[in-house]
Design a protein around this ligand. Structure first.
Ligand code: HAM
Length: 419
């Protein structure tokens, strides 16, 4: 029989310490959740499937995502469905549907996204994003809150070699003037441009700044810069952010930074790391003040960002969790619920400890091997003798100088409480 395998670009993630990406993935997810809670963000969870039109109207028909990366299918009623390629459009659809599109809200989400890309390291067809969307507040303080969240994430994971690039795409007038000037500059060189860039020039000239074509990049060196079209207030935001937050993270103003999705206006940013290789951006976002209205809602000034969890998981080194690991080893001749009950009580006494019980019938040696794999500081061992005498063995695993001791169950509880 043919073997059934996971689909191209999709992977199973196991939190068993067997591969870097897998175990780091769950650690990153947990830590990011803690940061989101710390910033008092409210969680939102939208469906993974959406009406496909949501994305052509928001992410935009000139984007690579809508042009060639949407995972789509017809459902049983012949309705065109998309697996969501990102979270922002769904969040805005949801607040419009719930008539919450006049409220100030700070939302966050974590979940899988799909893009039909050519799989390579750091680029998958199913990947996960953790996102933040601050809704209902015009340009100003939310920009600082966003940069603060990003700096907290970079600092939490002690990421080195990374830069937060920031830019401002201007208000609609500045953006239009810049696009026209870019178009005027590039049109005489149309035959040098490739098909993709010609399409960008027609549909959304800003996206040309993101071209990977060497010839286009060379041409762009002499092209007009958005800097000359921006209001002084827009440049001030960039300079203020750089001034106030450079102490926490490396921040660079990059007037050529544009984003791959069409809904942005105003402040935009991306965090990149030289340790990531070709796919060097692990986080991106910006302001999108027109999106809600475009999707049929009210005027809702908004700003947001999303982190690629897999990319962040690749970036962090070996994790040393701050919580202590202890292994509970039961080696009795009969199945002994009493020993298990002791473990149950230990868990209630000190919730900061990660207590692992090996549930198999394996030998003491293999149970100790598992304890070492988990970096357990101690093994608490209960055998037949200990059950009869109401005692337990505490075996140190990380400190060779410490002796193994036998203690009463009462003393075991006090020991465990103090760990
Ligand atoms: P994005 O830049 O398209 O923005 O994606 C954000 C992050 O998702 C990227 O920086 C990257 O780390 C990760 N990512 C994207 N595609 C893949 C892939 N194929 N494989 C692995 N990771 C990937 C957005 O999605 C916007 N919704 C962000 C935003 C929120 N803007 C405003 N609010």
């Amino acid at each position: 029989m043919d073997k059934i395998q996971s689909l191209t670009g999709m992977q199973d993630l196991y939190d068993d310490g067997s591969s870097d990406l897998s175990s780091n993935f769950f650690y990153v997810e947990r830590k990011i959740k803690e940061i989101f809670i710390n910033y008092r963000l409210s969680e939102i969870r939208t469906p993974i499937l959406e009406d496909i039109r949501l994305f052509s109207r928001s992410v935009g028909s000139s984007s690579d995502i809508v042009n060639k990366e949407i995972y789509e299918f017809n459902d049983r009623n012949d309705k065109k469905i998309a697996l969501r390629p990102e979270g922002t459009a769904s969040v805005i659809r949801s607040v419009i549907e719930k008539k919450l599109d006049t409220f100030e809200q700070k939302l966050c989400y974590i979940g899988p996204m799909w893009r039909y890309e050519r799989p390579q390291k750091g680029r998958y067809r199913q990947f996960h994003q953790a996102g933040v969307e601050i809704l209902g507040i015009t340009e100003g303080l939310p920009e600082y809150e966003m940069i603060s969240i990003i700096c907290s994430i970079i600092n939490e994971f002690e990421l080195e070699n990374c830069t937060i690039k920031i830019n401002h795409l201007g208000n609609q007038v500045a953006k239009d003037n810049f696009c026209n000037s870019l178009k005027d500059f590039l049109t005489p060189y149309k035959e040098i441009l490739d098909e993709k860039d010609i399409l960008r020039l027609d549909k959304n000239p800003l996206r040309i700044l993101d071209s990977k074509n060497k010839k286009t990049q060379e041409l762009l060196k002499d092209a007009p810069s958005i800097k000359n079209f921006l209001d002084p207030s827009a440049v001030k935001i960039l300079e203020d952010i750089k001034k106030e937050f450079s102490q926490f993270c490396n921040i660079e103003i990059d007037f050529s930074l544009v984003r791959g999705l069409d809904y942005y206006s105003g402040f935009v940013f991306e965090a990149t790391s030289s340790d990531l290789g070709a796919q060097d951006s692990f986080l991106g976002g910006g302001r999108y003040d027109q999106l809600c209205k475009k999707l049929g809602g009210k005027e809702l000034p908004s700003i947001g960002m999303a982190i690629g969890i897999e990319r962040l998981a690749h970036l962090i080194g070996n994790i040393v969790e701050s919580k202590k690991n202890i292994s509970f080893i039961i080696v009795t001749s009969n199945l002994e619920p009493k020993a298990y009950k002791i473990a149950h009580q230990l868990r209630a006494i000190n919730k900061n400890i990660l207590l692992d019980i090996n549930l198999s019938n394996s030998s003491m040696k293999s149970k100790l091997r598992r304890a070492n794999k988990h970096n357990a500081e101690y093994a608490i061992i209960i055998g037949d003798d200990e059950l009869i005498s109401d005692t337990a063995i505490i075996k140190p695993l990380s400190n060779e100088l410490e002796e193994q001791i036998t203690v009463s169950i009462k003393d075991l509880y006090s020991f465990y409480k103090k760990l």
